[in-house]
Each structure stands twice: as structure tokens, then as C-alpha cells.
Design a protein around this ligand. Structure first.
Ligand code: GTQ
Length: 348
């Protein structure tokens, strides 16, 4: 724990060596490293500028098709977690490109995925027999073990951010994946079906919760943004978050996804937040306006579509020079279910 590590003696050293071949180690020699007084993470604060990611992705577009790659994605890998494909310790982040006329073939896996749409004039994804068109700022869910394929019928490239719980599933050794065998799954539902059934503040009578994921799979940006705009007039700012809303599963009011918590927040012009920290490392995506995220004094000036990662328990301050909107995601639902989630407001 917080105590200094135990000193070494020749006798103790000899003992550690002796037990090693028997697959035993002494707790007291590692205790301080494995049970820390507060979170210690290899994950570091970092920002990816969208322009750079976008131009590298277009280069990748000349190198490989979406079909050959299965998913043409550049992983936003945390520089403190090199070689692990992680953005935070528990979550993955990537940016995906689908060129006009391309298809990313149908597959499914036990990892849950979210898409946050960065550029789309006609891209679509299909999940569970329903197709949804993607527009800027839409938050789209692929629940675990659901077939999904992506396409682009427009004449412009389509880009979106992928947030997945890959590291979490890997940690639990619970990964399964398979291909559908055809590029696209059969479409059995009308477009907009799940939003009509579950996204109109009603549920089909007798509906019973069948999965841990929200049955809505596209939360369109215009509706979420409109809510923030309406509430903005009230001028009730949270000192740490401005105006922050979480996406919910309408069936039980919980998070929209079981492993990933997603939020949309508005920071009003000239806002400076109070210092804040929480145990859920968070990936922020700029959506509108401009702002800065200051992590323990390190400044990240973000513009729309830039991605900023804030590690667990690091002090974050938000500033906005104009009205600014951020999307964010973290593993907060998992931590809450385990009774682990903590936050601290202010710099005490
Ligand atoms: O679109 O299904 O960024 O399976 C990583 C793994 C996207 C996807 C990623 C995936 C996908």
C-alpha cells in the first residue's frame, strides 16, 4: 500500500529466487505497485488533430480497400500504451474510412462498438437487419454479437470514429468473432424502425428488456443538439461540465451501452470549468466551436473532429472561447456496476 517497499536482504533474495520456479511470489515485495493509493496509469493525455488523421486515412485509401482490410481504420493509439491498440487502458479508439461505393463486409464480435460520425453525406451502417443513414454528429451503436456491415452510396468519402471495448474484452479473455459470409446482411426492417419503436418516448406495450444494450441504434445529432440548445437558455451551468447530458437506454434509463458511457456536452462562450477528476479515463471528440482541455496544466486546443484523451484521475479543466460542443465516452458504466467509480470536484 502506501508504505515504502520492503528492504532486501541476501536471505530474502535467495527466498524469492527459490520460490520463483514453483510459481509463487511474495506479496510484500510488490504490494505497493499493485495496490496503489490512487490510480496510476500508463495512459497519457494526448490530442489527435483530425486533419492529420484524415489525410493519413486517405493515403490508406490508396493502399487497401475496405473489403480487403475488412475495416479500413487507423487506430488512435495512446502514446503511453504503444503496441497495445488502446486509447485508454480499457477502451479503443479508431477512425474509419469508407470510400464511395465500398462495403465493409458483415461480421460480428463480442466487442461492443459505437460510431461517432465525423463526415458523411450518405454513409450507412446496418445492424440487426436495419440500415441507418449516418450524418455528422450521430451516435450509432453496434451491440455485441450483432451482425454489422457498413457502406457508402454517396460520391464523397465517409469518416467516423469507432469506440470499442476491445481492451476490456481482451482483459476478460472473452473475444469471439465471425464473418457473415456475404458482404451485406439481409435487410428485414424499414429504416427508422428502431427509432419509431423505442426512440419516441414510448415502448411497445409488454416490451421486455432482452439485451443490456439500448434498442435504439442511431441517436441523431440534430435531436441531441436541440435538447442542449433548449436547455442552454436556462443558464444552469454545472461548474465542472457546463451542460452535460448522457445518452440513455430508454428501457431502463441506464447507459445506452453496457460497457461504454457516452455523453454530449455544451460549454457556453467564455466558460472556464472548475477542476475535475474522475476514475473513468475519457475520450473527448470536438463537435462544434473551439475550446481547450487542460490536463494537469497541459493544454490541448481542440477544433471540431479533434480527439483528446484524458487518463483516469488526472485533473481536467475545460475552456471555451465560443459556444462549444463535445462528445465523450468512457468505461464509467463498468466502474459504476462494480462500485468503483469516483469523482473529485475542485482542486482539493
Ligand atoms: O466497424 O466493425 O475500428 O470490428 C475495429 C473493429 C471497427 C467495425 C473498428 C471493428 C470495427
Amino acid at each position: 500500500m502506501a508504505q515504502a517497499s520492503v528492504s532486501n536482504t541476501a536471505q530474502r533474495e535467495a527466498f524469492y529466487k527459490a520460490i520463483e520456479p514453483e510459481s509463487m511470489t511474495a506479496l510484500w515485495s510488490v504490494m505497493g505497485a499493485i495496490i496503489t493509493p490512487e490510480p496510476k496509469s500508463e495512459c497519457v493525455p494526448f490530442m489527435w488533430q483530425y486533419d492529420r488523421v484524415r489525410s493519413r486515412l486517405l493515403e490508406a485509401g490508396d493502399l487497401i480497400t475496405a473489403k480487403e482490410a475488412e475495416r479500413r481504420v487507423l487506430i488512435l493509439e495512446n502514446p503511453g500504451l504503444k503496441g497495445t491498440s488502446k486509447c485508454t487502458t480499457s477502451l479503443y479508439c479508431g477512425v474509419q474510412l469508407v470510400m464511395p461505393g465500398e462495403v465493409a463486409p458483415a461480421h460480428r464480435h463480442t466487442q461492443s462498438a459505437l460510431r461517432f460520425v465525423l463526415e458523411a453525406s450518405g454513409g450507412h451502417t446496418a445492424v440487426g437487419g436495419e440500415k441507418t443513414e449516418m450524418h455528422y454528429g450521430d451516435f450509432v451503436i453496434t451491440p455485441n454479437w450483432e451482425w454489422h456491415d457498413h457502406g457508402n452510396d454517396s460520391d464523397e468519402p465517409v469518416f467516423w470514429l469507432d469506440g470499442l471495448d476491445i481492451p476490456l474484452v481482451q482483459f476478460l479473455d472473452a473475444s469471439f468473432a465471425e464473418g457473415f459470409g456475404e458482404d451485406q446482411q439481409p435487410i428485414s426492417k424499414q429504416q427508422g424502425d428502431s427509432n419509431a419503436r423505442y426512440g419516441a418516448n414510448m415502448l411497445p406495450l409488454g416490451y421486455e428488456k432482452a439485451t443490456p444494450t439500448s434498442p435504439i441504434f442511431n441517436y441523431p445529432y440534430d435531436r441531441s443538439r436541440e435538447a442542449l440548445e433548449q436547455m442552454k437558455r436556462q443558464e444552469e451551468w454545472d461548474p465542472c461540465h457546463g451542460l452535460k447530458m448522457r445518452y440513455v437506454n430508454p428501457v431502463d434509463g441506464g447507459w445506452a451501452m453496457p460497457t461504454i458511457g457516452t455523453c454530449l456536452q455544451l460549454l457556453p462562450k467564455s466558460f472556464t470549468s472548475q477542476a475535475y477528476r474522475s476514475t473513468d479515463a475519457t475520450v473527448f471528440v470536438g463537435v462544434e466551436g473551439k475550446g481547450r482541455i487542460i490536463v494537469d496544466g497541459e493544454i490541448f486546443n481542440w477544433s471540431p473532429r479533434d480527439v483528446v484523451v484524458v487518463p483516469s484521475w488526472r485533473e481536467v479543466v475545460h475552456e471555451a472561447s465560443e459556444d462549444a460542443v463535445l462528445f465523450s465516452y468512457s468505461d464509467r458504466p463498468v466502474q459504476e456496476k462494480c462500485g468503483l467509480w469516483r469523482e473529485r470536484r475542485g482542486n482539493n
